[in-house]
Design a protein around this ligand. Structure first.
Ligand code: ATR
Length: 289
């Protein structure tokens, strides 16, 4: 980790980064750097490949280096809860931190994954009053289920290990918990896959026959861009949404948090223009491998 003098929270020169392990294929630096260029920010974005056993020491350096913001990815999202000065209530409820922002020299942990998922879904449909199914029961599922309930959807959680789905619904609320195969019995209008099934493989977590016409499907898996689940959705008359959008919107929300402290802060219209800019940077980084 480089050592840089802590800058004031309103300085447009900033040092940000992402902590994860392994760090081989993250597209976050490309996305954030493209946004910095568009907003004329003199910020840089560093990748910190940190093993779980080294996370605590890494956070001590983050403090000393004056990092403005640190994105937190796999496998550190839960451990980070114990390493910041303050955890926002939503992140506490979800049980995962994906963003650490320096506010008044305190490290504040928050979660923007749920906002990313909601905004991605809202590209295709409204959420209030809809019947939604979340596939999976890990940290990503918790964020998505939280968000959908927050927006007023009726949420069913289905998972390979049914007991984990039940535990999620017990803790966060929801209409039912079950197995992945139970999708066929639910009149779902929105489906979100948060399992890792389909990641760099031609496999879907659910049978294509269970995907009804008009179903809006967000796949949090973004590699390949069109997963088996999204291809099946398209073939059955549904509306697929790539995981890229979830990533882009959660990243914009991260950016909003630290740039809100700038004087002047970016305007809403400026942040809106970042959607396409960051999506393009994501695509470009994918092509570059
Ligand atoms: P994250 O925090 O990113 O959500 P996680 O906690 O490891 O990651 O959760 C991974 C999810 O993918 C889980 O819901 C997992 O199901 P189990 O709870 O049964 O383990 C799901 N998953 C992983 N591999 C799977 C597979 N081959 N078939 C079905 N579900 C799978």
């Amino acid at each position: 980790m480089s050592s840089k003098a802590p800058a004031s929270p309103s300085s447009r020169t900033a040092h940000c980064g992402i902590v994860l392990h392994p760090a081989s294929h993250t597209r976050s630096p490309a996305m954030h750097r493209a946004a910095y260029a568009a907003l004329a920010l003199d910020a840089d974005y560093e990748v910190f490949d940190v093993r779980p056993e080294d996370l605590e020491a890494a956070m001590i350096r983050v403090r000393a280096d004056g990092l403005r913001q640190l994105a937190v990815s796999i496998p550190h999202k839960e451990a980070m809860l114990g390493l910041v000065d303050e955890v926002e209530p939503v992140a506490r409820t979800i049980g995962a931190i994906n963003t650490v922002t320096r506010i008044d020299d305190r490290l504040v942990g928050s979660n923007t994954d749920w906002i990313g998922a909601l905004r991605a879904i809202e590209r295709e449909t409204t959420i209030a009053g809809k019947v939604a199914v979340v596939l999976g029961a890990g940290g990503a599922a918790r964020a998505v289920a939280y968000g959908l309930r927050e927006r007023g959807a009726r949420v069913h959680v289905l998972n390979r290990t049914v007991e984990r789905a039940r535990a999620l619904v017990r803790e966060l609320g929801g209409d039912s918990a079950g197995a992945l195969a139970d999708l066929a019995a639910i009149d779902a209008e929105i489906l979100v896959n948060t399992t890792s099934v389909g990641l760099n493989e031609d496999r879907s977590p659910v049978s294509a026959e269970a995907l009804r016409e008009d179903l809006v499907v967000l796949d949090a898996v973004y590699s390949p861009e069109v997963t088996r689940l999204l291809a099946d959705t398209q073939a059955h008359g549904g509306r697929p949404i790539g995981g890229k959008w979830m990533l882009v919107y959660q990243a914009i929300e991260q950016l909003r948090r630290w740039t809100a402290l700038l004087e002047p802060a970016p305007r809403e219209a400026e942040l809106d223009t970042l959607t396409e800019i960051m999506a393009e940077a994501f695509d470009e980084a994918g092509r570059a491998g």
